[in-house]
Design a protein around this ligand. Structure first.
Ligand SMILES: C[S@@+](CC[C@H](N)C(=O)[O-])C[C@H]1O[C@@H](n2cnc3c(N)ncnc32)[C@H](O)[C@@H]1O
Length: 151
């Protein structure tokens, strides 16, 4: 179901398995059928997605946002950027969903990579808010490890 239709029903869209989702709806120019590699869980207004989209034009990225008006805003923002800059921002998209509940339904194990840590400071609305208030930032980055790596 497309985002707009899901929103109208106040419905958190979720496939039962990643294979069952038609990713071409979100990435119509993704002819090579690449998989999403960057995920912004709780993407807010999409600042990080927009920054990373042109930095990593070969990576598909997806924002997940639970608030309908906010995910609609990000959707419109990406659509407008695609029109304004033909050929760009085709690798970024947003879905309204409850990531806490449905994240595993969208992705295969080990599908994502994350070389984006530096951008967290200024590309997110939260990061910019802390800068405006002259606040300190304490970044916490986690990496999932396999049970075999635990000593
Ligand atoms: C503190 S804001 C951060 C926004 C953005 N990442 C930033 O740094 O500017 C957290 C965002 O996560 C969204 N959110 C909270 N719980 C969520 C969930 N279970 N699934 C998807 N999004 C969620 C909120 O609606 C909000 O937009």
């Amino acid at each position: 179901m497309p985002n707009d239709a899901a929103n109208a029903l106040n419905f958190y869209f979720s496939p039962v398995h990643p294979d069952e989702y038609d990713w071409s709806v979100l990435y119509p120019e993704n002819k090579e059928l690449k998989k999403v590699q960057f995920l912004d869980v709780g993407c807010g207004y999409g600042g990080l997605l927009v920054t990373l989209s042109t930095m990593f034009p070969d990576n598909l990225m997806l924002g997940l946002e639970i608030r309908v008006k906010v995910s609609d805003y990000v959707n419109d923002r990406i659509k407008a950027l695609r029109i304004q800059y033909p050929g760009q921002y085709q690798n970024a998209a947003v879905l309204r969903t409850n990531a806490m509940k449905y994240l595993p339904n969208f992705f295969y194990k080990g599908q994502k990579t994350d070389p984006i840590v530096e951008k967290l400071y200024e590309s997110t609305e939260e990061g910019q808010k802390v800068t405006r208030n002259n606040g300190e930032k304490y970044l916490a980055v986690y990496r999932r490890i396999a049970p075999s790596e635990i000593k």
